[in-house]
Design a protein around this ligand. Structure first.
Ligand code: NAD
Length: 492
């Protein structure tokens, strides 16, 4: 059985807390992967302090030299891809195919960020005055806290850590407590790639204690958070009085809109992939299907047949399509929402309970679930469930579909299924989400394309792609006057 420790100032640290948390395979709770030593507040503080000490020299390291280390980390991730994918499946529960996909995305992001190290350019700006010009430079903030969830425990940490480091910041990384093994392996890889001690520190501990202590440290100048809206908004309020920069990617309630003229098989398959893939535990998972009444019976019949066709099981078995919920808490939450849906009057068409049978009884498996005749006032229509549960809404026309789609506090991703170009562009104009897809699932993204949401889903600069360094850098503007004379005009 493995022991997972924090990594502070280049050393793996035995915590003095004496408190541990088991790391359990959610597909088989008898499979205990290891034990995490939970860091104390003092240890979390120490991680920020060593990151602060390492900052001044890391900031002076030329960006392309920082990028070379990040590029090496990408190569090491590639070399260890299969091992990482297996760890990911075992501790998070997603299928091995999904885990490999997450690794591919993560490696692409790290490669992209390594390239960005050679593009940390500013602008040169002509002046209103003769023999004057201005230019801009990008500078790091200092210590950045990267606080991450369990659902993409490889991709999300690296899409924060890699740009933060390339930009010249040092990092304190606080992953979710139920995915320590991937966090430890990633930290080892970045360390092996050649980061100096203190540049990347890992704190394994609870959010309310270790996470809270990191956030309260005055040396933390920026926080990149991904997780629930409740935690994200709390963190935002906590650090705002110190003027700390915050980037937060939070919950979702992503809709697909299915119009009459769509390719129905494509709409059904894409909705099924979006709703049930990764066990519905993607921030971009499809949770609402908003379907024009005239085609709703056909949609419902086909999506139920598809939901029933998936094999549930241990993700390491290549015949498995859908893995378990990540832990007991998440499993209970999903079952609780299914009860709420029934009580609120939604019509349960399939699923709706714990999955049982060979290979399932020892894990947190929930049957893929479809509710019909959901209305916008129901809790299953409004709150994030984060499980394999799809709610179908029947609407009379395009306008009602848009009203229902936008009736949400969240705004991460969405899709429309139609072959009418006018409706496609009306949808793009009117939909209130940070990302939208035309005739494809609500899920997915690419390393070189910005990612994130609006409304109560997203705060601050977008992650990834052309915007990936925006959050991690300050802009310094430099005015240059080479007249050698006292200025006469332009005295404002
Ligand atoms: P969570 O909010 O419970 O926890 C996220 C992280 O915050 C964890 O590391 C946790 O330990 C830490 N944390 C909790 N309380 C804290 C505190 N008081 N101070 C400091 N840190 C604290 O989220 P989760 O259950 O791990 O992840 C699921 C959520 O993440 C879902 O809501 C999902 O939509 C969201 N998510 C969003 C995106 C996106 O890009 N929008 C991507 C993935 C996941």
């Amino acid at each position: 059985m493995a022991t997972f420790r924090s990594f502070i100032g280049g050393q793996w640290l035995d915590s003095v807390s004496g408190r541990t948390a088991p790391n359990i395979n959610p597909a088989n709770i008898d499979d205990i992967i290891g034990e995490t030593q939970l860091a104390t507040r003092e240890e979390a503080r120490r991680a920020v302090e060593v990151a602060y000490e390492a900052f001044h020299s890391w900031k002076r390291t030329p960006p392309p030299a920082r990028g070379r280390i990040i590029a090496k980390a990408a190569r090491l991730m590639e070399d260890n891809k299969e091992e990482l994918a297996k760890i990911l499946t075992r501790e998070e529960g997603k299928t091995i195919g999904e885990a490999r996909g997450e690794l591919t995305r993560a490696i692409n992001v790290v490669e992209f960020c390594a390239g960005e190290s050679r593009r940390m350019t500013g602008e040169t700006i002509p002046s209103e005055l003769p023999a004057n010009f201005a230019y801009t430079v990008k500078e790091p903030h200092g210590v950045v806290a990267c606080i991450t969830p369990w659902n993409f425990p490889v991709a999300i940490p690296v899409w924060k850590i890699a740009p933060a480091l390339v930009a010249g910041n040092t990092v304190v990384f606080k992953p979710a407590t139920n995915t320590p093994a991937t966090a430890v392996r990633l930290t080892e890889i970045f360390n092996e790639a050649g980061l100096p001690p203190g540049v990347l520190n890992l704190v394994l501990g609870s959010g309310s204690e270790a996470g809270d202590e990191i956030l309260n440290h005055p040396a933390v100048k920026a926080v990149s958070f991904t997780g629930s809206t409740e935690t994200g908004l709390k963190i935002y309020a906590q650090v705002a009085p110190r003027g700390v920069k915050v980037q937060a990617e939070m919950g979702g309630k992503n809709p697909v809109v299915v119009l009459e003229d769509c390719d129905m098989d494509l709409a059904v398959e894409s909705t099924a992939q979006g709703a049930f893939g990764s066990t519905g535990q993607r921030c971009t998972a499809t949770s609402r299907a908003i379907v024009i009444d005239r085609v709703a019976d056909e949609f419902v019949e086909k999506i139920v047949a598809r939901a029933k066709s998936f094999n549930l099981g241990d993700g390491s078995d290549t015949n498995t399509h859908i893995g378990p919920s990540v832990d007991e808490g998440q499993f209970d939450t999903v079952l609780k929402y299914i009860d709420i849906g029934r009580e609120d009057g939604a019509v349960l068409l399939c699923g709706g309970k714990r999955a049982s049978g060979e290979g399932l009884d020892n894990g947190y498996f929930v049957e893929p679930t479809v509710f019909d005749k959901v209305t916008p006032d129901m809790r299953i229509a409004r709150e994030e469930i984060f499980g394999p549960v799809l709610s179908v809404f029947r609407v009379k026309d395009f306008d009602e579909a848009m009203a229902v789609a936008n009736d949400s506090e969240f705004g991460l991703s969405s899709s429309v299924f139609t072959n009418d170009a006018n409706n496609i562009y009306r949808f793009v104009d009117e939909i209130e989400t940070g990302m939208t897809h035309i005739n494809s699932p609500t899920t997915g993204g690419e390393a070189h394309i910005p990612f994130g949401g609006i409304k109560n889903t997203g705060l601050g600069a977008r992650e990834q792609g052309s915007t990936s360094l925006d959050f991690y850098t300050e802009l310094k503007v430099v005015y240059v006057d080479y007249t050698g004379r006292k200025r006469e005009g332009n005295l404002y």
